[in-house]
Design a protein around this ligand. Sequence first.
Ligand SMILES: [Zn+2]
Length: 55
Amino acid sequence: MELLACPFCASTNVGFYEHVYSQHFSVMCNLCSAEGPRRISHEEAGRAWNRRVQA
Ligand SMILES: [Zn+2]
């Protein structure tokens, strides 16, 4: 899945983050540490992130 740039700092240095204990995934910006919505799968987390960027 292709992730859109961070809506806050416009960085494309974004990646998936796994919340080990809560077993959730999210997309996180490696530059400003912005975090997208947490979802139960990589795909859902990526979709949620991209939706937020476009909103
Ligand atoms: Zn950012």
